[in-house]
Design a protein around this ligand. Structure first.
Ligand code: ADP
Length: 319
């Protein structure tokens, strides 16, 4: 192992830069040459590569986004596109690749693996939908962003005595909604993993109104329902005004939390260790208090378990 490359792919997540920094510095510490490939698989096809030195990753640990940029590459899904990427990596004599991204990026990594390249995946996605890791890089920051937004919406909800339906990201995962809802004290959390009954949501709201509640916050994961349709249904059964807030891409940005920076540093360093040990074809993760490696096939054949205990607790606390 002499020359490794790092790449960020798919949806960006706060903390990706901290992971790049860890990978670059750990590699240099062990005497490796380390390169950055720009814009994910698109950059492999378009041959966008640069040498990374200690100074290249200075002053980035606290910055959101990714200095390597990221992209989605439909061309990499074609045989022709892949062949270009393989030829580029071979020409550059890359011995090992660290791919920071989500499920789609790991499927791309598996394609490279099957073509004979050594790859390690580092989970970087705010959705927290990767199995065999309790947390993916960026999730904690996104949860804090949403919790902060709930605080702010709550102020105006109380002043105007309104119900707010807040839609959050997560693709088909309800993790952001669940954790941020718990942290922000949302009255109702709607996630794709659990069936929901809007009549029951309305009944709960009515009980709250009778008790003199001045406002309510309902958190909806984008994969479960549209906030507008939830609001429309609720408006039919309550007298209070119902408003919608869609947080959107602001959940992807911002300074990564200390938790995400520590996680990114640990996972990035472990990825380099694995390549040096001759391991490949797996992702790193923080699972039950330990940093572990899990083969791609295991990742693809499992769905991340939903935190039912937290979901139940959140429902009880919002009584
Ligand atoms: P994420 O990594 O955040 O889940 P995407 O699902 O958009 O993001 O995947 C990022 C990129 O990975 C895609 O643009 C594509 O180039 C590649 N990719 C996604 N799915 C596959 C697949 N099944 N096989 C090969 N490459 C894939």
């Amino acid at each position: 192992m002499k020359k490794i490359a790092v790449v960020t792919s798919g949806g960006d997540a706060p903390g990706m830069n901290a992971a790049i920094r860890a990978i670059v510095r750990k590699s240099i510490y062990h005497g490796l040459d380390v390169y950055g490939i720009k814009r994910g698989y698109l950059g492999m096809i378009n041959q966008e590569i640069e040498c990374l030195r200690l100074g290249s990753v200075a002053d980035i640990i606290h910055r959101g986004g990714t200095i390597l940029r990221t992209a989605r590459s439909p061309e990499f899904l074609t045989m022709e596109g892949r062949e270009k990427a393989f030829a580029f990596l071979k020409g550059e004599r890359i011995d090992g690749l660290v791919i920071i991204g989500g499920d789609g990026s790991f499927r791309g990594a598996k394609v490279l693996e099957d073509a004979g390249f050594s790859t390690i995946g580092v989970p970087g996605t705010i959705d927290n939908d990767i199995p065999f890791t309790d947390y993916s890089i960026g999730f904690d920051t996104a949860v804090n962003t949403v919790a902060d937004a709930i605080n702010k919406v709550r102020d105006t909800a109380t002043s105007h005595e309104r119900i707010y339906v807040i839609e959050v990201m997560g693709r088909s995962s309800g993790y952001i909604a669940l954790q941020a809802g718990l942290a922000g004290g949302a009255e109702t959390i709607i996630v794709p993993e659990a069936p929901f009954d809007l009549t029951e949501v309305c009944n709960r709201l009515m009980r709250g109104v009778k008790r003199g509640k001045l406002h309510s916050v309902i958190l909806v994961a984008e994969g479960a329902a549209s906030a507008f349709s939830v609001a429309e249904e609720i408006q039919k059964c309550v007298q209070m005004e119902v408003r919608v807030t869609i947080l959107g891409h602001l959940q992807r940005g911002g300074t990564p939390t200390a938790f995400d920076r520590v996680l990114a540093s640990r996972l990035g360093a472990k990825a380099v260790d694995l390549l040096l040990e001759g391991k490949k074809g797996c992702t790193v993760g923080f699972w039950k208090g330990e940093i572990i490696a899990t083969p791609y096939d295991e990742i693809f054949s499992h769905t991340k378990e939903f935190s039912w205990d937290d979901y139940k607790t959140a429902s009880i606390l919002a009584i």
